[in-house]
Design a protein around this ligand. Structure first.
Ligand SMILES: *[C@@H]1O[C@H](CO)[C@@H](O)[C@H](O)[C@H]1NC(C)=O
Ligand SMILES: *[C@@H]1O[C@H](CO)[C@@H](O)[C@H](O)[C@H]1NC(C)=O
Ligand SMILES: *[C@@H]1O[C@H](CO)[C@@H](O)[C@H](O)[C@H]1NC(C)=O
Ligand SMILES: *[C@@H]1O[C@H](CO)[C@@H](O)[C@H](O)[C@H]1NC(C)=O
Ligand SMILES: *[C@@H]1O[C@H](CO)[C@@H](O)[C@H](O)[C@H]1NC(C)=O
Ligand SMILES: *[C@@H]1O[C@H](CO)[C@@H](O)[C@H](O)[C@H]1NC(C)=O
Ligand SMILES: *[C@@H]1O[C@H](CO)[C@@H](O)[C@H](O)[C@H]1NC(C)=O
Ligand SMILES: *[C@@H]1O[C@H](CO)[C@@H](O)[C@H](O)[C@H]1NC(C)=O
Length: 642
């Protein structure tokens, strides 16, 4: 297939900061100035060279939106209101679907259901294959009656987390610490730089919508989704989200932007007992400290900074002035609070799967219709629309919307209101003018050496040094007689640096341990990816570790995807670091101070003393566990060398 390549688009890395030069006047957004030969979107019949106004790049975007809307059937409008997972077929082909897995084909969703919003699931290993696949998806979309291009979105893909429900590990992309690690560095410029690089890599393969940032405040330490937040502090999160949005969107959304979905309104931190509302047992959000307003602080900052889209969480609020139904079913939350009180004018997209029961990784997942479980699917859809939500995430049920309008339960004007916002985003992103990506350029851009080096550098810097007895770190590499006991990483990396590795702590001079923060494994193909439950190690594990600390001076690095309660390690290890997604190479560089590597991170949350302290604290209140072992902001530096 001869996909046109816009070879004139150069990816000079020095132009990273140039997003702001894509500034456009807002009143009448000019239409993109692409040369006619690249104006590929409209399918025109050979004998009729006249184009519709919506296809005419010289017209204002508002006029183009209205023209397109006026040509759309109800079914075509309904299709816009759905945004769901899209898989790749083998070798960059379109996915043919799978009856057993109850998965519809791409052809079905694009050509029959008339959907144009999808989130990319699955890994990005071969960039050329994914870019070519994306072009095939666009070609299919452009072959529909009106030729509305697809908007492809993605969960985070630049770090280490791998959970089909929340994020993918970086694979081909440059690899950075989780957003918690960026928060540990407290540097808005770095956050913006990260976001600009992520934007370039996303755009290269056609991803134009980020299903992030996640700015929930981690006020409940047990919650399994803290790893992708910016920590416990409202002010820090507010400061960083501004830089994050600027990096992805530019000063103003335009043709060189990735639009962002800020989540999860109105702040998903206060989960009852720290459970997660993907699951039936975690549907409640709770405010024993009467601290609802506090969780809005970062959302206010995001709205002021031009957040384009917003995702409410699954949870339902308990014991507040609001109805006890999931936030996307909740008119007081979406219309009264988010739109009217906070002044948000963008797109509201629900979290995935509120209407239809489904199966994820072999696990039955009931629709997350919390508080409205007894409603029919049609009634649920109506309730979401009535609440003021524009788009259903993780659903492909346009027929429900058609039925609601035909039955007079929802007005077509209401549907138009959301379709307008959704179409407008596509025009502003320039998707009608430039729906395809350049496959070769994508291969050059994604994961290039420069981006990768910056990501690696951020991994190293984000390490947070919590204890360093007698300045033991950085370890000297001079003495090759030192024998190491290790856990949690590939020892080849040590031996290839000329070091000696032994099998037991007793034989060793130093132990290097990389530990995962404690959690209690949950069953189920999907649920098992959520690190929930106790923040303490169990007695067996504590005893096992204690024997090591007693036998040999031990350096511990803990992956803090949750705020671990580990006073015993703070006591017994000679050195303790926290990290938030860092390769073993980054870890060893920091341990040995290679090339000046040193930890610069500051804790993005308190580390509690015990599970009892966590249980006694309030879900919605920050920094309220009793006598925490380490505090937000803790983090030492290596002693200055001469
Ligand atoms: C050509 O396109 C114009 C613009 O939409 C339309 O008004 C006209 O009817 C079309 N003519 C033919 C012959 O299809
Ligand atoms: C696009 O719109 C402009 C401004 O109205 C008009 O002059 C031009 O002829 C249109 N282009 C086409 C191809 O219809
Ligand atoms: C994958 O697709 C490319 C081009 O689309 C083709 O050249 C190649 O042979 C295919 N590989 C396999 C294994 O099918
Ligand atoms: C695909 O969607 C259609 C509706 O368009 C539905 O009838 C069918 O059962 C779906 N197939 C699969 C495999 O999910
Ligand atoms: C279809 O899905 C089922 C269940 O997930 C899986 O076992 C099977 O391998 C899939 N078939 C194909 C052709 O991928
Ligand atoms: C949620 O809150 C309601 C109302 O207080 C309560 O009845 C229910 O047990 C709580 N937990 C779950 C999982 O629903
Ligand atoms: C450790 O790394 C080496 C070299 O990169 C590799 O060959 C080996 O398979 C790795 N071992 C494990 C257990 O991952
Ligand atoms: C204790 O924790 C360890 C490591 O986290 C785990 O492998 C083990 O299964 C746990 N034991 C019990 C009894 O829960």
């Amino acid at each position: 297939m001869g996909f046109p390549t816009s070879s004139k688009r150069t990816y000079a890395f020095v132009s990273l900061l140039a997003a702001s030069s894509f500034l456009m006047p807002t009143s009448c957004l000019p239409s993109p100035h692409e040369p006619a030969h690249l104006n590929l979107a409209p399918k025109r019949s050979a004998q009729n060279e006249t184009i519709h106004p919506y296809q005419n790049a010289s017209l204002c975007i508002d006029a183009r939106v209205e023209d397109l809307l006026s040509r759309m059937t109800l079914e075509e409008k309904a299709g816009q209101l759905f945004h769901t997972q899209l898989q790749q077929g083998p070798n960059g082909t379109l996915d043919a679907g799978n009856v057993t897995a109850r998965r519809n084909s791409t052809e079905n969703m694009v050509s029959e259901k008339l959907m144009t919003h999808f989130n990319l699931v699955g890994e990005v290993q071969d960039v050329g294959v994914v870019a070519a696949w994306y072009n095939r998806v666009q070609e299919l979309a452009l072959s529909t009656r009106l030729g509305i291009p697809v908007t492809l979105s993605s969960d985070p893909r630049h770090s280490f987390t791998d959970n089909i429900g929340t994020g993918f590990s970086a694979n081909a992309f440059s690899q950075w610490p989780e957003s918690l690690g960026l928060a540990a560095l407290r540097d808005p410029e770095l956050v913006q730089r990260f976001a600009e690089i992520a934007r370039e890599e996303y755009m290269a393969i056609g991803v134009r919508s980020a299903l992030h940032p996640q700015i929930d405040l981690s006020t409940e330490p047990r919650w399994a989704r803290i790893g992708n937040t910016m920590g416990e502090d409202a002010e820090l999160t507010s400061k960083l989200v501004v830089a994050y949005l600027k990096g992805f969107q530019g000063e103003e959304l335009g043709r060189h932007s990735v639009t962002t979905v800020t989540k999860h309104f109105p702040g998903a931190g206060p989960m009852e007992n720290g459970e997660d509302s993907h699951f039936v047992y975690g549907k409640n959000q709770t405010y024993p400290g009467n601290n609802f307003e506090h969780h809005l602080i970062p959302f206010r900052a995001a709205i002021a900074a031009g957040a384009r889209q917003m995702m409410p969480y699954y949870s339902r609020p308990i014991g507040t002035e609001y109805d006890e139904v999931g936030f996307s079913f909740n008119k007081q939350i979406i219309t009264d609070l988010l739109r009217n009180e906070l002044g948000f004018t963008g797109i509201v997209v629900s979290d995935w799967g509120l209407i239809t029961d489904t199966v994820i990784r072999g696990q039955d997942m009931p629709a997350r219709a919390w508080g409205v479980e007894s409603l029919s699917k049609l009634e649920r859809a109506q309730r979401v629309l009535d609440a003021g939500v524009d788009q259903f995430g993780g659903e492909q049920r346009p027929e429900l919307v058609v039925e609601l309008v035909r039955a007079g339960k929802v007005s077509e004007e209401r549907i138009d209101q959301s379709v307008r916002l959704l179409l407008r985003e596509k025009f502003v992103l320039g998707l009608f003018e430039e729906p395809f990506v350049d496959v070769e350029a994508a291969q050059r851009v994604v994961g290039n050496a420069y981006f990768t080096r910056l990501g690696f550098d951020a991994q190293r810097r984000a390490f947070t040094l919590l204890k360093n007895e007698d300045g033991v770190l950085p370890l000297s590499v001079d003495d090759t007689a030192v024998r190491f006991y290790t856990e949690g990483f590939n020892t080849t990396l040590l031996t290839s640096r000329g070091m000696t590795v032994v099998d037991t702590p007793e034989e060793a001079d130093v132990a290097l341990m990389r530990l995962q923060a404690p959690y209690e494994p949950r069953p189920g193909g999907f649920e098992s990816a959520y690190h929930a439950g106790s923040l303490e190690y169990n007695a067996t594990e504590k005893a096992r570790q204690a024997a090591i600390y007693a036998a040999v001076p031990t350096v511990v690095d803990m992956y803090l995807d949750r705020p671990a309660a580990i006073p015993e390690i703070a006591e017994a290890a000679v050195a303790l670091m926290g990290s938030y997604g860092a390769s073993p190479e980054a870890f060893l560089d920091v341990v040995f101070g290679v090339d000046g590597a040193s930890p610069e991170g500051k804790l993005p949350f308190d580390l509690p003393r015990s599970m009892a302290a966590v249980e006694a604290s309030k879900e919605d209140v920050p920094f309220d566990t009793e006598n925490p072992v380490f505090r937000f902001g803790d983090g030492e530096k290596y002693a200055e060398k001469c």
